[in-house]
Design a protein around this ligand. Structure first.
Ligand code: GRF
Length: 191
C-alpha cells in the first residue's frame, strides 16, 4: 500500500467483541513511526466491550446494526469515504461482508484470524485444533476476500500447544501473539 509521506494512513477498525486487538492497534498507531492512525471504530453491536477503547481514546465510534445488510453496507461505504479511510482492519468483527462491499475495498481490508490458515477457517478454531491434537497453533493476518478466511496471507505467527492447554489457555496464548502480529503485518503492507 502507498503511504503519503508525512501522513499516517487513516484507518478504521471493525469489531464485535472484547476489542483487545483494537486496543493494541490504537497503542501501535500512537508510535511516531506507525504508518496508520485509527480514526474510526465500527461495531455491529453496542454491546461490544471494545467500544470503550474508542471512547477512552476519543476515537469516533459508529454502531451499525446489520438488520438490513445492503443498507448497512451502503451506509458504511459512505462513512468510510467521507472520513477518507484508506485501510480497514477487521478485529473480531463477526459479520460476513458481501462480495459487492469487499470489491470496493479490495487490497484495503485486512483481517486477523486465530489459526494458521488455511487450517481452521471459521469459528471455534482453538477447540478444533485441540481436538485434532495439533502440536502448534497460531494466527494469520490476511487480505479479506469473498471466500471466508481465504484471502492472500500477509503474515503468520506460530505458538506451541502444550498437553495442558485448554480452549481458554490456548485463546490467551494466541491473543498474545495476535497483538504482536497485527502491527507487524500492517508495517509489512506499507513497506
Ligand atoms: C481474535 O482472536 C481474532 O483473531 C478473531 O476474533 C478475536 C477477537 O478478539 N478474529 P478481540 O475482540 O480483538 O479481543
Amino acid at each position: 500500500m502507498k503511504k503519503l509521506t508525512g501522513f499516517k494512513t487513516k484507518t478504521a477498525v471493525f469489531i464485535s467483541g472484547a476489542g483487545t486487538n483494537l486496543k493494541n492497534l490504537i497503542r501501535f498507531s500512537y508510535n511516531n513511526n506507525s504508518p496508520i492512525s485509527i480514526d474510526l471504530v465500527i461495531s455491529d453491536t453496542k454491546k461490544a466491550k471494545g467500544l470503550m477503547y474508542a471512547k477512552n481514546n476519543n476515537i469516533e465510534e459508529i454502531i451499525i446494526n446489520f438488520n438490513n445488510q445492503n443498507k448497512s453496507e451502503k451506509k458504511i461505504i459512505n462513512i468510510l469515504h467521507k472520513r477518507e479511510i484508506k485501510l480497514v482492519c477487521l478485529a473480531g468483527f463477526m459479520k460476513i461482508l458481501s462480495k459487492k462491499f469487499l470489491k470496493k475495498f479490495k487490497g484495503k481490508m485486512i483481517n486477523i484470524h486465530p489459526s494458521l490458515l488455511p487450517k481452521y477457517k471459521g469459528l471455534n478454531t482453538h477447540k478444533r485444533a485441540l481436538e485434532n491434537n495439533e502440536k502448534f497453533s497460531g494466527c494469520t493476518v490476511h487480505y479479506v476476500a469473498s471466500k471466508l478466511d481465504s484471502g492472500k496471507i500477509i503474515m503468520q505467527k506460530k505458538t506451541n500447544i502444550s498437553k495442558n492447554d485448554n480452549v481458554k489457555s490456548l485463546k490467551k496464548k494466541v491473543l498474545k501473539i495476535e497483538h504482536k502480529l497485527y502491527p507487524e503485518a500492517i508495517r509489512k503492507i506499507f513497506a
